[in-house]
Design a protein around this ligand. Sequence first.
Ligand code: MRU
Length: 346
Amino acid sequence: MRLEGVHQRSIGRTADGKGARILDQRLLPWEVRWVELRTAEEAARAIREMWTRGAPLIGATAAYGLAMALAGDPGALDGARAMLLATRPTAVNLRWALDQVADAVRALPPAERAEVAFARADAICDEDVALNRAIGEHGLALLRALHARNPHRPLNILTHCNAGWLATVDYGTATAPIYLAYDAGIPLHIWVDETRPRNQGALLTAFELAGHGVPHSLVADNAGGLLMARGQVDLVIVGTDRVTANGDVCNKIGTYLKALAAHDCGVPFYVALPYTTIDRTMASGALVPIEERDPDELRLLTGPDAAGAIRTVSVTASPAYNPAFDVTPARLVTGYITEEGVTATL
Ligand code: MRU
């Protein structure tokens, strides 16, 4: 990821190797602030309160959190794993990453556990970068082919939420093909859904794309149908928090509506994901636990005022309901872009 002109990852170990360093994404794009997590409890809080977010990145954060717990108490494995797993229910990467660390250390003598756990968390991060890079390469071939059909105009891609490098260790999933295509000289324009209520599109995806120089326009969540009906979207690419055994896709609330509009308008709808997001133990999307977050995420907005001071204001006093994810049935998905290639089924 290119941040303040420097290539770096969204998570890594602290300088002393005993903690994890993350961006506080609640402050973006207004302020770039790195924070150090020193305990499993701090890691859990950062995930729950969405200082850090996105399916692969919460998995990586939890992996470091478990390593920190073991450094403090080698007997804390099951308790700390349960605490970290309870932070957010929907993204299966969280469980996957915790199981990776737990399986690596369970049979070891207590004194060896923390070091192996940290090494496993490092490996999870390295693997995530490689997976996303591979997703990018396969997605690049797809974008190249689609652009070749209309070579005299930019390829218009719509994306929802943030499945970018801020949601992973690097590259992102949905954004990896975009970054690689941009770097390869394919002319692109990205429609960025604002993604109410937390505005991950407006605040995070737009920030990322601007940092990389990719042309983009923010649109209200409700604009996608019109743009697709008018032929202003060549394809949709989204990320996902969990794909079930039948290919159903759970992702940020509003994704399903984009898939419906894409289907009606004949616009290809692609889902970019690594294998770590596939839950073959779950038969269909109807079984995925859908996180319900604080209704204040709808009622309040935070940002700088004219003088630059960060303020939180109410936009309504009404009662509200805030489901954070929805499920797009497999029948609405044109293809899955994975580290292995682009496939119609998984
Ligand atoms: O609630 P968030 O911001 O964690 O939701 C993130 C998403 O829905 C992403 O699309 C998904 O995690 C894929 S990230 C590569």
